[in-house]
Write a protein that binds this ligand. Structure first.
Ligand code: KIV
Ligand code: ZN
Length: 498
């Protein structure tokens, strides 16, 4: 039978603790509304005692966002709990999240306490929080490194005190997936009264295992996952919401677990959080990274074009991405090039495709990624190929103390001619050399170079305007070498004169 896993989002609390990721109240409301639309069950809106800004954000989010539970964090300290309760007073479904460290390190070196005293403080905190709200979650900080027997005693005591959710954080991201799963199972099997509470996972990603640990926890009986958008959070971050949601969706037939997440809103929410928090998403990030649905090798591109499922386990539309992308690089094959050219409206037969593919590879060797604009230029040059004047070779000398000199070899009506000239720069020298080879007198009237996309490896686009016997002719070319592009554009215009 299907079972529901509750999604507790802590982007606005654990995520927001990251240096540089702080949001103001208006931005936090925007994120909370997006999380509501995404379908999360619980929003941890802040740690009210920590600052007036956090307090205020919890108050304002509680007023505006009414469907999900709004949760506020506290330490196991009376004042924290009172302030959290005050911040939550407008919430339709308020929850106080209180807790204390339970590992040897935390008990002895952080809290300077004893295991028995910690249990007393935990119980006291839960009871006090219960005096304000019904829904109280207890976190056993650093449970990932805590002794299971002791942890079970703590959990039993706080469940008896009224905790409705028991959070088992792997605070330091130390646990191995099966170890973490066994911990959850141990609690399920050894804590009296555990059925009255929901067990939550809260995994950090210090060893890159946050998602694996979370899934292991869920497989072993946890029914709440604490996550953040894009996996942001302390140090290496928290478990990412999008990964867990898509694992449960993609592997539904094996796990039979569901969430309330509208996965089609994942990408949009990811972008919102990334831009508001000034926290770029790594390109290879699962589900939401720029490359998560981008195929670049020829074999993969061919496979995806034949059937998307050959290389994709998730339909990009399911996470709100319009389509997978085929990134054209020097590793792309003819199939990918043909597909992209067809999308752009160029239909080529086999011979034409072979020719254009060679040019594509030449360009791709010079430029890392070939964009649609580059293809348009490539096709433009290909179509102009049958003109009667062609550049065969070009060599230029230029530099700080060199006299700009160009050697140009062109083919005019099938015959080859070579000329050398100097000028005030390499382009001027090359244009003079070309002029000396043609019989007609042409005057350069306009000359314009532009970068097509961006970067120093970009294609330079050149437009020229020349005059002959009172008439204007236009030429165009593009090349990663702007001097070659300039001469080609000049010849393109001249071809219309002779
Ligand atoms: O990582 C952690 O232990 C926490 C608790 C405060 C829940 O963030
Ligand atoms: Zn945490």
């Amino acid at each position: 039978m299907d079972e529901r896993v509750y999604v507790f989002d802590t982007t606005l609390r654990d995520g927001e603790q990251v240096p540089g990721c702080q949001l103001n109240t208006v931005e936090k409301i925007q994120v909370a509304e997006a999380l509501d639309a995404l379908g999360v069950d619980i929003i941890e809106a802040g740690f009210p005692i920590s600052s007036p800004g956090d307090f205020n954000s919890v108050v304002e989010i509680s007023k505006v966002v009414t469907r999900p539970v709004i949760c506020a964090l506290t330490r196991a300290v009376k004042k924290d709990i009172e302030v959290a309760a005050e911040a939550l007073k407008h919430a339709k479904h308020p929850r106080i999240h209180t807790g204390i460290g339970v590992s040897y390190y935390h008990i002895h070196y952080k809290l300077n306490s004893t295991p028995e005293e910690i249990i007393e403080r935990a119980v006291e905190a839960v009871k006090y929080a219960k005096s304000f709200v019904d829904d109280v979650e207890f976190y056993a900080e650093d449970a990932g490194r805590a002794d299971n027997e002791y942890l079970a005693r703590v959990v039993e005591a706080v469940v008896k005190a009224g905790a409705t959710v028991i959070n088992i954080p792997d605070t330091t991201g130390y646990a191995l997936p099966w170890e973490f799963g066994e911990k959850i199972r141990y609690l399920k099997e050894n804590v009296k009264g555990i059925d009255k509470a929901i067990i939550a996972t809260h995994c950090h990603n210090d060893l890159g295992m946050a998602t694996a640990n979370t899934i292991s926890g869920v497989v072993n009986g946890a029914r709440q996952v604490e996550v953040t958008i894009n996996g942001i959070g302390e140090r290496a971050g928290n478990t990412s919401l999008e990964e867990v949601a898509m694992i449960l969706k993609s592997r539904y037939n094996d796990l039979h677990l569901t969430t309330g997440i509208n996965t089609k809103k994942i990408y949009k929410t990811s972008r919102l959080v990334s831009s508001l928090m000034n926290m770029p998403v790594q390109p290879n990030k699962a589900i939401v990274g720029r490359n998560a649905f981008a195929h670049s090798s020829g074999i993969h591109q061919d496979g995806v074009l034949k059937k998307r499922e050959n290389y994709e386990i998730i339909n990009p539309k399911d996470v709100g991405i319009k389509e997978s992308s085929i990134v054209l690089t020097a590793r792309s094959g003819r199939a990918a090039l043909k597909h992209r050219l067809e999308v752009l409206g160029f239909k080529l037969d086999k011979k034409q495709l072979d020719e254009v593919y060679q040019r594509f590879l030449d360009l791709a060797d010079k430029k890392k990624e070939i964009k649609d604009e580059d293809l348009e230029v490539l096709m433009g040059a290909y179509k102009r190929e049958d003109r009667n004047i062609k550049l065969k070779a070009l060599q230029v000398i230029s530099g700080k103390s060199a006299i700009p000199t160009a050697v140009v070899q062109v083919e005019i009506n099938g015959e080859e001619f070579t000329s050398t000239a100097t000028g005030n720069g390499p382009i001027d020298a090359a244009f003079s050399a070309v002029k000396s080879l043609i019989k007609r007198k042409v005057t350069l009237e306009e000359f314009l170079i532009q970068a097509i996309t961006r970067g120093s490896d970009d294609i330079g686009k050149v437009h020229v305007q020349i005059e002959n016997r009172g008439q204007t002719y236009y030429g165009f070319s593009a090349n990663t070498d702007i001097i070659t592009a300039s001469v080609e554009a000049f010849l393109d215009a001249i071809a219309k004169v002779i």
